[in-house]
Design a protein around this ligand. Structure first.
Ligand SMILES: Nc1ncnc2c1ncn2[C@@H]1O[C@H](COP(=O)(O)OP(=O)(O)OP(=O)(O)O)[C@@H](O)[C@H]1O
Ligand SMILES: [Mg+2]
Length: 266
């Protein structure tokens, strides 16, 4: 099977005033079509940097080191002109950002932002895109989607904004969705609902999901396989069963041990 995503020797460097900082240090992994894989690891370990590098959306000051390769459907994204990348983004690969407030356009109605995905990819005319967006907003469980369609991002709660982002990412049923902490701003019941939706879509349209999360409980419930990141490296990659029952790396053991303690504190 050709992997939907293959990442080879990916290196991400941020230029800081204090010097160059290697956020992702030559990581390699592949995902099969329709696979749900978790990327876990402590804060600052390089999870978001990995996601943004794959999407071609690193912020200013961040760049990908030589010798890296990122292939989607076998095509090298790093060698691709921006115009072609833009065509893939939203249609074949989409991302749910960790910070929905930063990713949404503050002066555009949220429904139109979702519909825009279909319009730029010419999959629907304006009316069709509006209908498709409305249906997806309902599907992600946005209460009263019809009324909220015309709202601006600042008029929504953090959880609602996260669902709008999810709707935009899932709209065209891409082959791969990278979801960066997609449930962190949501309360527990809504979290479960959003994850169920992601998995429903994965089953129905064969969408692969790279799920970035701190929450090992979420990993246990949703993923087949998990990769553990620490200081820019993947230190362990295993089936979720193996990882939970026989963690090999000291850091994975620490993460697992920290889990019930965090739960109790919460
Ligand atoms: N725009 C930036 N400029 C400079 N350094 C950055 C930038 N973004 C991230 N970094 C650095 O890169 C490293 C990895 O950051 P990243 O955001 O990928 O962490 P993360 O694993 O997603 O953490 P979290 O779980 O808190 O979201 C960190 O050391 C961070 O300080
Ligand atoms: Mg992050």
């Amino acid at each position: 099977m050709t992997p939907i995503l293959s990442v080879e020797q990916l290196r991400v460097i941020f230029e800081r005033r204090s010097g160059a900082h290697v956020a992702v240090d030559r990581i390699s992994f592949a995902m099969n079509p329709g696979e749900v894989v978790a990327l876990v690891g402590e804060s600052g370990s390089g999870k978001t940097a990995t996601a943004l590098a794959i999407m071609g959306l690193l912020p200013d000051g961040g760049h990908i080191g030589p010798g890296s390769a990122v292939r989607l459907d076998g095509q090298d994204l790093l060698a691709m002109p921006e115009r072609k990348l833009r065509d893939l983004r939203g249609r074949r690969i989409a991302m749910v950002f960790q910070e929905p407030a930063a990713a949404l356009n503050p002066v555009m109605r949220v429904g139109d932002q979702v519909a825009e995905v279909a319009i730029v990819h010419h999959t629907d005319d304006r009316r069709g895109a509006r209908q498709r967006a409305m249906a997806m907003l309902e599907r992600v469980g946005l209460p009263n989607a019809a009324a909220l369609y015309d709202a601006y991002p600042h008029e929504l709660s953090g959880g609602m904004r996260q669902r709008v982002m999810l709707a935009a990412a899932l709209l065209l049923e891409p082959a791969l969705v990278i979801a960066d902490e997609p449930t962190s701003a949501l309360d527990v019941t809504v979290q479960a609902q959003v994850l169920r939706l992601l998995l429903e879509l994965q089953r129905e349209s064969g969408t692969g999901v790279l799920l970035i999360t701190h929450d090992l409980g979420v990993v246990a419930e949703t993923c087949e396989r998990a990769m553990v990141m620490q200081a820019g490296r993947i230190v362990e990659s295993a089936s979720v069963d193996d990882l939970f029952h026989a963690p090999k790396h000291e850091y994975t053991r620490e993460l697992l041990e920290a889990m019930p303690r965090l739960r109790k504190r919460a």
